[in-house]
Every structure is written in C-alpha cells, then in structure tokens.
Design a protein around this ligand. Sequence first.
Ligand SMILES: [Zn+2]
Ligand SMILES: [Zn+2]
Ligand SMILES: [Zn+2]
Length: 339
Amino acid sequence: MAELRLDPIQRRWVVTGKRPSLPAALDSGGECPFCPGHERFTPASIYEKKGADGRWEIRVFPDRSPLFRIEGGLDRAGEGMFDRMNALGAHEILVATRRHGVTLAQLTIEEVARIIEVYRDRILDLKRDHRFRYVCLFKVQGRSGPTSQEHGYSQILATPVVPGAVEAEFRWSQFHFHRKERCIFCDILQQERESSLRVVDQTSDFTSLCPYAARFPYELWILPNEHSSSFEQDLAAAGRPASLAGILKTSLQRIERISQHLRMVIHTEPNLEAKRPREDWWTTIREDYHWHIEMVPELESEPYYLVPEGFYFNPISAEEAAVVLRALEPEPAVVPSVE
Ligand SMILES: [Zn+2]
Ligand SMILES: [Zn+2]
Ligand SMILES: [Zn+2]
C-alpha cells in the first residue's frame, strides 16, 4: 500500500509504494470507460449531476487505482529520524460530459459553468473531512495524461498534507503581507491591468494574464479581480460560475490554438477547518492569498525547457506570449452531436 514520506531536507512529501486497484474496476477491454453505458467499468459514482432527462451530465467517482485512499487512519509515525503516514485522502475522477472526444474548451459556457459548480461542490464536500489539509483540482489533457483516453475529465486529490507548490505560494504571499499588509496577487493585478502588457482578457470579474516570470511558453493565469482566497467560496455567489466559465472557455480556446495538449490547475486556500499542526497555521491566509487558475499548453519540445534543479528556461517572454495569445481569437466551437 502506498504511503506518504517526508523528505526532511526539502520538506517535500512523496507518495511511494504500489497504488491499490479497486476491486470494482472491471477491465474495459479497450473501450472508453467514461462513455455513457460503460459505467460498470468504473467504481460507483460519488456524485452525479443529472440533466432534465434524468441521465448524468457530469459524473464523479473514485480513481480505479487511487494515489490516496479514503479508508483507514493516518497512522503518522516516525521511522528513526524520518516521518511517514498512510496515503490517506481521496482521488476522484470527474467526467465532464457524456460526449467522447470533446474538450472543455469546446463545451458551451453553460456546460462549463455546470462543471465549475461541480468543482466547487467537490472541494467544499472534501473539505468537510477535517483529516484533509488541501484539495487539489487539476486537469491533464492529452500527451502526458495518465491514460490515452480522449474523454474529457479532471482529477481531484484530497490530501492530509499541503502540496509543496501551493505551500510555497502560501509562504511567499504571507511574507509579502507581513511586510506590506497587502495581498501580493492584488498588487500584481493592479500593476498588470494598468500596463496591459501581459493581460490577455479582462472582464468585470476576472483577468487572464501571462505571469511576469512565466515558467512555460504561453503559461496563462486567470484571477478574480476582487480579492478572494477561496475558489470554492467565491464561486458560491450567484452568477460567478457563469462569469468564470466565459473567460475560462476563451482562455482554453486560445491555448488550444497552440496545443490540444494542456495542463490546468486550480490553486485555492488550504482547508482552514482541518486539524492544524500549530495554532498559527496560515492564520492570515484569507487576507494574503488569492485563488487563481494556472494553465499551460504542452508543446512537443517542452521537456527541453525545464532545466533540472527547479530552474526554468522559457524562450518566450510573458509579453511576447500575451501578444500571441491575444491575437489567437477563439474559434467558434465545433461540437460533435450528442451520441
Ligand atoms: Zn468516452
Ligand atoms: Zn488579493
Ligand atoms: Zn498558483
């Protein structure tokens, strides 16, 4: 069974060991397990959003070979000087549509809004479990996906630890806040909206921009204009999912003009209801952190852009990328007819 181990030098959590196979998972024999009528090839649904005809439109179920498992205890333990715990958590698959071969960018704004509502509801639901300190929501479309399935889906991980990438963001946002009493993302938004150099789209609610020190060519972020640390709470307000769906669809359409293969991740606050390791655990996060979505097209040559040791080389500056992305008008979506 997989377990979580802490690298004490880099303070990095690693899942190591065999991923279990859920007994409910039948082999689909090459057929797409996410298509309607093939539900027997996946574990039973945790959640289904039903259409007017009573059939599911969006389905969520546990991964057939989960990285994290919901049953059992954490069993934190020391092993000499090292720390380990069970890979307790959740690993869910969210099938975004009944239609095979349709990407998120090709769905209608109404469909994207419904998916955003399910993203929000799954994060809220998983955060009710106080064993989980963070909920990750991400999407890998294409090449480096865990399978070659072309049926649109996203993944959700609930974890008993805060992943390193967001923890670094929390730390440096907090550092900025302690010095200036301001949110670093609000400061960035203000400066970027004034210069417009790296801004790609702006609405009354959201801004998409190429981050100043973009790690990857055409890296694009979406941020809410009004300060909010929590994706799931911000998106609970009326009209917000539809508003985000508009700019998310446009952004994904621009990215898809560069590559059909992409990665997308939502960065939101940690679970503030979780059992805290210390009293002072992220006490100012509501003021100093600002949720956002990061997306990156995967290019053929991308592996060459990443120098080991966490140092990035990106030949296309954020300003150049923004010029290109702005010029790539979203194409009218060609949506295959319903099955
Ligand atoms: Zn399918
Ligand atoms: Zn802010
Ligand atoms: Zn981020």
